[in-house]
Design a binder for this molecule. Structure first.
Ligand code: NAP
Ligand code: SF4
Length: 672
């Protein structure tokens, strides 16, 4: 019997069968906007080759006012059909099925032309929507129906009607955004009229043998969101209107509760979908923070849903399902839910990719063609590991060296941070993948120039060393580096000052204020973020908001810049770190000068003229002041006339992160 009997079981929809219970959820990648349809087709076809049962495309606008931003991809012109057909043909050739998501953004459209049920501005948009009149609503329905018929003509196997995450249809459902008094507002029957009408008319237009998925917001995570009985009523009505499948949406985009970040526990919201099981007779899909076949299997075995949706895991590894089926789950590159190369890119109007798989969305650009070269790589941090795996994929003979006794480099420090437990899995994956690829690994080995001279290519990925910030008194016993701290906090006192508020300063602060990571305990995490059962409170939020337990240390986080602390953190995750530290009472101070350190603590002053000298009385000072490249070996090779490629932190320490290191290593190897 398969290891994942529930996950890999087919799902019969009557007129068609899905080959397993895995859906690739919709993601905006920015690929469609490139208008390079061969590239779009290759992205999806690679996932189809990897065995996923059904792919849902990124959201396609049904008209210009419904686009997430001006120029967002859509299917509102007849000539678009030919382009979309390139995609559907390629996916079908690869043995897959694909549905197109119809996404009307409503008041979330980043445009002055945005429309909504009422003129209520969203907190995450500068634009107030125009309230639609009866004709305007009719036009939106008709455009969505036309998009569905065009999708059918373009060869899609179905459509997903986006009704969650606070987009247009969701905006009609709740009083917070729907203040209407006509037949589209007021009672719940009126408020749910629009989504039902859309699904009913879509079904009428596309006939019975076409998949219609409705993505329903199961928990809005906003005050005044839907009550649970409304969710159930809507689900039943959507089924009667003709949907084949219900998919789960969690939280509006304006919600201030994390729903997919790495600190969200795995399968954190499947209990919500489970509440709907048995209420309808069509299959239900659950979603959010499912990133391994075992988690997917457990979710289904626990009766939480009939199918699981994963989106970002298919950026990390397009062959997720095929590897699970082949008993090679350890070789699935895991999505660590960091958002760094996917959502953070999307929100910066860059094409999405993946931190652990830079080839994602760049399938036609990064090509690992066969090569018979030998290659020596020094350093087993992310840059070295990524280059070693890419080289092995090319067929190169790879030898990987590290002075340390374990692989992972800085990843081994990240995994100690509460909320970053996914890094354990990432290092485990690298270990398994390196072994599977037949790479020779020499750990605990101090590499010399002589060890490297015979390779055809040499890569130096020796990483970084902490920067010496030269603060008087920094050699005192009460001063530690972040490395000392993340390797064991035994010597850290109760009152701590952290010098440096970059990614590592924030990580160390979280490490020091928390004893038990809430990410490891779902009930704690839900309580901390104020998530309730939506049958108890509307929208599934407690009115008092997030409530964190007391900090185990009193921490002050400092930087010299006068800007807001944490400004440089990830676009989609920085707010979570800031709220987490605020909940733990961490004091954040910018614009300081570090005068000196002594037994009483850290002496600072403020401004260019060093005013207001102040003692921050603490027991321990932790240095998180950035890094410098570790280049000793690279310099020695250059001096000996041996050519090498220097990557990752050894190349440039400023603004280094695993995303850049992995991307640089992979692209370099592709070019050798
Ligand atoms: P960083 O982001 O460059 O931050 C270094 C901090 O030290 C800054 O707050 C800086 O602020 C301060 N600093 C710099 N030079 C100093 C000096 N001479 N004396 C005193 N303070 C000084 O570096 P990091 O925090 O070590 O992080 C390294 C890399 O890892 C970063 O690129 C970061 O993005 C990445 N990382 C990312 C995450 C994540 O969650 N995505 C987590 C951890 C690390 P002032 O100059 O204003 O004082
Ligand atoms: Fe997952 Fe991070 Fe890759 Fe996005 S960038 S798919 S969150 S691993």
């Amino acid at each position: 019997m398969s290891t994942y009997p529930h996950l890999l079981a087919p799902l019969d929809l009557g007129f068609t069968t899905l080959k397993n219970r895995v859906l690739m959820g919709s993601m905006h990648t920015g690929l469609e906007e490139t208008r390079d349809w061969n590239r779009v087709a290759e992205f999806y076809a690679e996932r189809a080759r990897g065995g996923v049962a059904l792919i849902v495309t990124g959201g396609m606008a049904p008209n210009s006012e419904g686009g997430v931003f001006p120029g967002a991809a859509g299917l509102f012109l007849d000539q678009d059909i030919t382009n979309h057909k390139i995609v559907t043909d390629r996916v079908h050739e690869a043995g897959g099925k694909i549905a197109m998501q119809i996404l009307h953004a409503g008041r979330y459209a980043y445009s002055k032309d945005c429309v909504g049920p009422s003129a209520v501005k969203s907190p995450i948009s500068p634009f107030r929507p125009r309230e639609l009149d009866e004709d305007g609503i009719e036009k939106q329905i008709s455009d969505m129906v036309t998009a569905a018929t065009r999708a059918k003509e373009a060869g899609y196997d179905g459509v997903e009607v986006m009704g969650s995450e606070g987009y247009f249809l969701n905006q009609f459902l709740v009083m917070h955004t729907n203040k209407r008094t006509d037949r589209w507002g007021g009672s719940y029957e009126n408020r749910m009229r629009l989504p039902i009408e859309v699904v009913r008319r879509v079904r009428e237009a596309v006939g019975n043998e076409f998949i219609v998925i409705y993505r329903l917001s199961m928990i809005d995570l906003i005050p005044e969101g839907s009550a649970w009985d409304e969710v159930v009523t809507l689900a039943k009505a959507i089924e009667s209107a003709g949907a084949n499948i219900l998919n789960t949406g969690i939280g509006w985009h304006e919600a201030r509760i994390p729903t997919i970040a790495t600190s969200v526990p795995r399968r954190a919201f499947t209990w919500v979908t489970k509440k709907l099981m048995g209420e309808v007779s069509i299959p239900i899909i659950t979603s959010n923070r499912i990133n391994s076949p075992q988690v997917g299997e457990d979710v289904l075995a626990d009766g939480c849903a009939d199918m699981v949706s994963m989106a970002r895991p298919f950026l990390a590894d397009p062959h997720f399902v095929a590897k699970a089926k082949a008993g090679k789950a350890a070789l699935i590159a895991p999505c660590i839910a960091c958002n760094q190369a996917c959502l953070d890119h999307t929100f910066s109007m860059k094409i999405a990719s993946c931190l652990v798989n830079p080839k994602a969305c760049h399938e036609t650009e990064i090509v690992l063609s066969p090569s018979s070269k030998s290659i020596g790589i020094v350093g087993t941090g992310p840059a070295g590991l990524a280059s070693a795996l890419a080289a092995a994929q090319r067929g190169m003979a790879v030898t990987l060296f590290d002075r340390a006794d374990e692989i992972g480099g800085q990843l081994n420090m990240a995994k100690q941070v509460p909320g970053k437990e996914e890094f354990w899995g990432l290092v485990d994956y690298y270990r398994a993948a390196v072994a599977d690829a037949g790479i020779i690994v020499k750990l605990g080995y101090e590499v010399s120039v002589d060890d490297l001279v015979d390779f055809d290519e040499v890569i130096i990925a020796t990483g970084v060393a902490p920067r010496d910030s030269q603060i008087p008194g920094q050699d005192g016993e009460n001063v530690l580096s972040y490395i000392d701290v993340l390797r064991g906090k035994a010597n850290v006192g109760k009152r701590v000052a952290i010098i440096g508020a970059g990614g590592i300063g924030f990580d160390v602060a979280e490490f020091l204020v928390t004893d038990d990571s809430p990410t490891e305990n779902l009930d704690d995490w839900l309580a901390e973020w104020g998530v309730s059962d939506p049958s108890k409170t509307r929208g599934g939020v407690y009115p008092e908001g997030p409530q964190s337990g007391a900090a185990v240390r009193q921490v002050t986080l400092l930087q010299r810049k006068a800007t807001k602390l944490g400004k440089g953190l990830g676009k989609t995750t920085g707010w979570i770190h800031r709220i987490t530290l605020r909940m733990k009472g961490v004091e954040m101070i910018g614009g300081v000068n570090y005068e000196r350190i002594d037994e009483s603590g850290l002496h600072v002053s403020y401004g260019a003229s060093c005013e207001n000298p102040t003692l921050i009385a603490v027991d321990t000072i932790v240095m998180c002041t950035g890094q410098v490249p570790r280049r000793r070996l690279a310099d020695a090779l250059e001096a000996a006339g041996t050519k090498c490629h220097v990557i990752g932190g050894a190349d440039m320490a400023a603004e280094l992160d695993a995303k850049r290191a992995i991307d640089q290593g992979t692209r370099l190897v592709a070019s050798l």
